[in-house]
Design a protein around this ligand. Structure first.
Ligand code: ATP
Length: 197
């Protein structure tokens, strides 16, 4: 059976932490295909980060060109994009097993997502855990989700790259150097289009 990964995020901008994470998902699970899904930004968040969907989509394509396929499904639909709906759509597009991939911050609150029960029953969850996580919050959550939802969960450990999109947006605004945080093509795109200034 084909193993299809789904990796969503805001990706404003996509950074080397995201790229390293995507590589871990592909290699750790042995995915046949990774679908990268930039989220539609809800209006209340767009005030803080007014970068258009077009720019986020372009940057996401540049960042992940060698790792997967970028989809504009969530961006191009009206209204909020909920993961359970994206999973329903993905099932109409591909035959295979769906692996929903995420970082540990997202994993820890997964039971609060809309229609969490459906998410657990329709996908295999893949969580990236920082190698140096001090305590076993992630393992405890895994056990809880398995017990409560009969969930299928794989935890992959990786060497963390401590970078966030928020940090990058602030650095661009302050004119600080971005070395080692972004792929070169995304850094060039941001500069050429004068984003996040
Ligand atoms: P922001 O700072 O704007 O909140 P972010 O850097 O956290 O953004 P998102 O687009 O929100 O990026 O993240 C998408 C996914 O990537 C989430 O599942 C998140 O857990 C994961 N992720 C974010 N940063 C890293 C990182 N440095 N290493 C591994 N995974 C990451």
């Amino acid at each position: 059976m084909m193993k299809i990964g789904l990796y969503g995020g805001t990706f404003s901008p996509p950074h080397l932490g995201h790229i390293r994470a995507a590589r871990c998902f592909v290699e750790g699970i042995g995915l046949d295909k990774l679908i990268i899904m930039p989220a539609g930004i809800p209006p209340h968040k767009a005030v803080l980060d007014p970068i258009s969907n077009k720019h986020r989509l372009e940057m996401t394509k540049l960042a992940f060109s060698e790792l997967g396929e970028v989809s504009d499904y969530e961006m191009s639909k009206d209204g909020a994009s909920f993961t359970y709906l994206t999973l329903r759509w993905l099932k109409t597009q591909y035959e295979g097993k769906i692996y929903l991939c995420m970082g540990e911050d997202m994993f820890l609150c997964l039971d609060k997502w809309r229609e969490a029960e459906e998410i657990f029953s329709e996908s295999h969850i893949v969580c990236l855990k920082r190698e140096n996580s001090a305590y076993d919050e992630v393992e405890n959550k895994k056990k809880e989700f398995e017990r409560m939802y009969n969930a299928e969960i794989t935890i992959l450990t990786y060497e963390p790259l401590p970078v966030s999109s928020t940090e990058i947006r602030e650095k661009v605004k302050n004119g600080e150097a971005l070395e080692d945080l972004l792929s070169d093509n995304v850094a060039t795109y941001i500069a050429e289009n004068r984003l996040y200034l």
